[in-house]
Ligand binder design. Sequence first.
Ligand SMILES: *Cc1c(COP(=O)(O)O)cnc(C)c1O
Length: 384
Amino acid sequence: MVINNSLEEVKKRENALSIIKNIIETKGRSSLFDLTGLSGGFIASPSEISLLETYVGPAIFEDELQKVGKEHMGGEKILPLNRTSSGILATILTLVSKNSNVVHYLAQLPAHPSIPRSCKLVGANYSETDNFEEFSIPKNTSLVIVTGSTMDHKVIDEEEFRKVIEMAHEKNIPVMVDDASGARLRTVVFNQPKACDLGADIAITSTDKLMPGPRGGLMAGRKDLIDEIKVKVHQFGLEAQPPAVLAMLNGIKNFDETNLLNSFSRKDELFELLNAKYDNFQTTPTGVMISPEGLANEITAEHNLSENDLAFVFSFILLRDYGIITIPAVSMPGASATIRFDLSTNDAFGLDLKDLCKKIESSINKLQEVVINEDECREIVFSF
Ligand SMILES: *Cc1c(COP(=O)(O)O)cnc(C)c1O
């Protein structure tokens, strides 16, 4: 095994950031291709930056974020957070009591790890399913969770979404929607309503997913619940700080639906190219992906690596040899190891897809060569 635990995941991330820094310093930013779909950004004018004082910043930008955030998310009130995970944690700390049940429905397992981890922290009984027939709400349930679009961009069926909310509300149980990428993917590409308009009590989106904002979480929903959650958020330091609030505001204002729609049509071209050579690539709404299992199926050489290890090593080869950033190299512990090539953000717009396909192909060839040597794999992942 190359990566055995969360500490090693943190180490590989540190190494990936060193490699990125080196590419920027030696070859320049134009030699990096961030295809994570989380390329974020920080849009701010000098006059806005000059207002970023501890109390002046929130006075100006949080007020405007209420308006712009409600247009983006719906709901009665907006709460900006450090991350989506922070919003999930704060909601669970506020609404979920020890020994109560939390049930989660999503289009495809697994859930984002912040959900089970937060439930564990408060001592709740957590269960998740991607089989709608199996989904039910037991007695003593304090919170129902729905994921709008999973980490691998599997989007929930709208009818099932509506039914889960209806089932929860029949029992007076609040619904939290993890709409990290879904707030844009579901609405723009799949024409679904905003989570709050479907009746969600709380919805949280990630302001650097499929939009030009900073990493951060934007919560929207019922005013009474947001007010309670906000108390926990401030008690535990989970709120977004003024610079992030400013960049969230400008990120939402600069969100361009046409970029998502263009990537929706371009992904088929990339898929055709890869599918001509491999059996295990799949499309996502805005790009292509290969799961760790799929990647393992493409590798014919004998080896002792886990499926996730293969994905990590592949992600590092793409980064080192071609400056292509994919999530497994840079992700936080527990994130999905699926390799996604997302075409919806800046670095992808000018890419020649035939050239990208060649780079992916030669990275898979390189992976074939190195898998037989575990030491070499560790070196690729951990040493810069
Ligand atoms: C990315 C993501 C999160 C977490 O976002 P962070 O900003 O990393 O906290 C939660 N849920 C889903 C479905 C995600 O895709």
